[in-house]
Design a protein around this ligand. Sequence first.
Ligand code: MIC
Ligand code: SF4
Length: 642
Amino acid sequence: MGKSLTQKIIEEHLVDGEPVAGSEIALRIDQTLTQDATGTMAYLQFEAMDIPRVRTKLSVSYVDHNMLQTGFENADDHRFLQSFAAKHGIYFSRPGNGICHQVHLERFSAPGETLLGSDSHTPMCGGAGMLAIGAGGLDVAMAMAGEPFHFVMPRVVRVDLKGRLPPWVSAKDVILEMLRRLTVKGGVGRVFEYGGEGIASLSVPERATITNMGAELGATSSIFPSDDRTREYLRAQKREEAWKPLSADSDAEYDDVIELDLSSLEPLIALPSSPDRVVPVREFAGTEVAQVAIGSCTNSSYLDLMTVAAIVKGKLVSPAVSAAVNPGTRQVMLMLAENGALADLIAAGFRVLESSCGPCIGMGQSPATDTVSLRTFNRNFPGRSGTRGDCVYLCSPLVAAASALTGVITDPRELGEAPRVTLPAEFKIDDRMIIAPPERPEDVAIVHGPNIKPLPRGEPLPETLRATVILKVADDITTDHIMPAGSKLLPLRSNIPAMAEHVFEQVDAGFAKRAKDAGNSVVVAGSNYGQGSSREHAALAPMYLGLRAVLAKSFARIHRANLVNVGILPLVFVDEGDYDRIIQGDELEIDAVRDAIQNGDGVRIRNRTQGYEFEARHGLSPQQAKIVLAGGRLSYVKSLQG
Ligand code: MIC
Ligand code: SF4
C-alpha cells in the first residue's frame, strides 16, 4: 500500500511509537522557531535545562510580535532574546526583519524536514513541503535540547484540489471554504494533505496562506507536496539546493478525502467573531467599513501586497476608512519600495506599518467603538483587536483592497478586470538582519532586564485533590479568552505573576482574585477548550493562580499539551450530561488521584457541594502522567537528572 506524504516524513523522523492514528509518537525535530511573545518563556525554560548549545539542525529566534515599545519591557525582552540566541547557537532575526512564519518560509523552509515552532501558525511552512507543527514554548525548548517531540499521530486527510481559481478569488478563499465546511473544530487530530491537479496553479506563498490558516481548523498541520512550483520558489529565493521532490504515492491511503473544486469558489468572508463563520462576500456587500488592515502571517507576501498595490494604484482610500498595511518581511518591504508599489500604497492613503504582527495581535490599530474592521488576518476572536466588543471580519487582500476604496464591504469582482501578479524570477536576498550565532559563545553575556521574572513551577499532584469550580464556560473558548494579548499585556509575557492578574479578565473580571482566594481551583468547560494560539501563558498563569485541573468536553491539541507541561490535569467528561449539572462554586474532590492516573484512564470525581459522583477520563500517556504527577515537565526533567 502506498504512503501519504505525511506518513513518509513521519516515518523518516520517527523516534518512538507506532504511526497509527490516535497513538502517541515521538518525532525528531530538524528545525525550531520561536517568536518574542512566546520565546522569552521558551528560552527561560531552555535555560533551566542547563544545555549549552541547541542540538537541532537549525533554530531561529524571531522578534515580530511585541514591537510597540511603549515602555522598557519589550525592548528588554528583545535584548534578552538576542543575547540568548548568541549564547546558545540560535540564529536571531532582528526586529524589523519580519513575521516569523513569512521569513522562515522565505529563508529557511526545506521540503521533507520537520519544524517545531512556539506559535500556532508554524504549519505555514507546510506550503513548502515541510512537516511543520505549532507547540508550546516548553515543547520547543525540549526540541532545542535534542529531545523528540511527542504528540498523537493525526489522521491524514487528503484535500483533492481540482480546477483553477477564478479571477478575484484567492488562496484565502480556499482556506475560508475549508473553515466554512469543517469549522474551528474540524481539524483537531488531523493533518490536511493537499494534492490533485489544482495544486499546480498555486504558488508557494499561496499554498502557505492555506497551510497557515489550517491552524484555525485546529489541525495538527497542513502540507503541500514539494513539486516544480516549490522548486521555482526556492530558486527565486536563491535556495534551490534546499529543494527535493516529495509527494504522496499515487495509491496512498487516507483516513478521509475532501474534494474542493477551485473553479467553483467565490470571494468569501468570515463574520465576527470566529474564523469559521464564513459566507460569500456578496451577502454582506454594502456593510460600512471603518478600518481595513492588510498583513499578518497569512496574507502579507510579495504577491499579496503587489496585488493590493495594483488595485489601489492611482486611487484613494475612502474617507470613511483607516487603511493600514504591514508588509510581512523586510524582503517584501524592500521589493515594494524598489519597484514603486510602496509609493502606490502610500499615495492611495495607506498607513504603512513595520514588518511585524501588529494589529493582528492587538499591537496598535485597535478599531473604533462599534465599527467594522476588515482584516486579511487569520483570527477574529472577540476582543483580540484590542477593542472590547469589536466587529472584525476576515477576508482576502483583494476583498480588503476593494473595500478600502469603496468604504463598504465589496465583492471585488465588481471592479472589472483582476490584476495579474506573478512570482518574481528572483526575490531580493539580503540576510544581514539575521544574525548567525558567534564562534565564541563564551564571550556572550545574557542580558536579563528587570522585566524578566523567574519561572513559576507547578506543585506535584496531592494524594487527594480538592478544588473549587472557579469558572464554568461554554464551547470553543480560545486562549485569547484565557490569557488576552494586546499592546498592554504582551509586554508582561516574561513576567507570569503580573500576567496572572489578567487571566480570563474579558470573561470574568473577578477571576484572578477569586482563584487566589480559592487555593486549588478547577475550570469547567465545553468542547474545544483552548483553541487558537500556542501561548503557554494560558496554562502557566492559571497554574500560578492555583488551577489544578480543567474539566472539559474536549480540548484543543496545543493547549492540552501546555496544561500537561505545567502540571494541570486535563480531564474529559465521560458523560457530557455531567457538564450541565456542575455549578460554578461547587467543591470537587478526587480521592487517590495519583493512583488513578498511574493505573488507568478513569477518574472518579465527587461533587461535595451537590453530593453526587461522576466519571472523567484523563487520556494521559504514561509519560504525560508522570509529568502531571511531578507538577510539570520541568520538575519531571529535573527529577530524572537527579
Ligand atoms: C497568535 O496569533 O495568537 C500568536 C500571538 O501568534 C500566538 C502565540 C502567542 O500567543 O504568542 C500563536 O498563534 O501561537
Ligand atoms: Fe503574528 Fe498574527 Fe501570525 Fe500570530 S497570527 S504569528 S500574531 S501575524
